[in-house]
Write a protein that binds this ligand. Structure first.
Ligand SMILES: Nc1ncnc2c1ncn2[C@@H]1O[C@H](COP(=O)(O)OP(=O)(O)O)[C@@H](O)[C@H]1O
Ligand SMILES: [Mg+2]
Length: 274
């Protein structure tokens, strides 16, 4: 078994580079969701060319899901989108509602909640604000974010006392507390049991709609992608193999036959070769 690469516990906050444009100028964080523009994005690790000339436009407020076989580059693409890593070639840009370059203020949620065991729940959420916020304000904003994920009553609890699903809701609140322009989710429900997962999908969909953030979800679960996203892309051999809109309105019903058809064509693309 290959060990996961070491991740600093605060690695859910986008790198400061994402707050600067190509000329190094500091960019204003927009109040709302950002749009994304990728042009000819390549990512190589030594000889391994993981992403090959990816072009992608994502509208502000859109919910994109990225699916594909294990190792096809989903997490790599997500890390580039959030500014946690840089492309080998090509450009990743954030744009505000007027189409001007903007800071993405991206936040990412991983499969493991990565909570700090010596902080209570509210302080774990407040970490998402970054340094420089006064303690009282940080606690009160953390409390609001906890209410968004229906965990207001757990603010003073220790992470070790929570269930797996509750811990992931804390991680989600930590990502949302700064009102990010881009919410990135890397298999966020992958470690949860099936029923908790369904409850969490509903919660995630509702919270995201209420906040209106642009969102990108990486998942190996095609049903989950189709249930939550406005658009699904399939990655294969470093390229976007399929790019499908999911036009159904929200909230969506599990077992909807139209969604099942879309799910079927995505699965066929992943498994079937063409
Ligand atoms: N930091 C890294 N150093 C070297 N190779 C990497 C690194 N991150 C990812 N890779 C490689 O890039 C490929 C895609 O990985 P990843 O994006 O994690 O796939 P996925 O999320 O789709 O399962 C794999 O071959 C993986 O070994
Ligand atoms: Mg991955």
């Amino acid at each position: 078994m290959v060990a996961a690469p070491y991740q600093h516990p605060l690695a859910f906050v986008a790198a400061p580079e994402s707050h600067r444009d190509a000329a190094g100028r500091n960019l204003e964080t927009p109040p709302g969701a950002v749009a994304l523009r990728l042009r000819k994005v390549d990512k190589r690790f030594g000889d391994n060319r993981v992403l090959r000339g990816i072009d992608l436009d994502l509208e502000a407020g859109q919910f994109l899901a990225i699916v594909g076989k294990s190792g096809c580059g989903k997490s790599t693409l997500l890390r580039l989108l959030t500014g946690l890593d840089q492309p080998t070639e090509g450009r990743v840009e954030f744009l505000d509602a007027q189409g001007r370059p903007a800071a993405g203020n991206a936040r990412i949620v991983f499969q493991e909640p990565r909570l700090l065991p010596w902080f209570d729940v509210a302080d774990n959420v407040a970490v998402g604000l970054g340094p420089g916020t006064l303690k009282a304000e940080a606690r009160s904003r953390a409390q609001e974010a906890l209410a968004d994920v229906q965990l207001a009553e757990k603010a003073r609890e220790w992470p070790s006392r929570l269930s797996g699903g509750q811990r992931q809701r804390v991680a989600l609140a930590r990502a949302l507390v700064s009102r990010p322009g881009l919410l990135a989710l890397d298999e966020p429900l992958g470690a949860l049991d099936a029923l908790t997962r369904i409850t969490m999908q509903t919660l995630l969909g509702r919270v995201r709609r209420e906040l209106g953030a642009t969102a990108v979800l990486v998942t190996h679960d095609v049903a989950e992608a189709v249930h939550l996203a406005d658009r699904v892309i399939v990655l294969e051999d470093g390229r976007i193999k399929l790019d499908l809109a999911v036009p159904q309105t929200h909230p969506r019903r599990h077992g909807d036959p139209d969604l099942a058809r879309i799910e079927g064509s995505i699965l066929a693309s992943i498994l079937g070769g063409d």
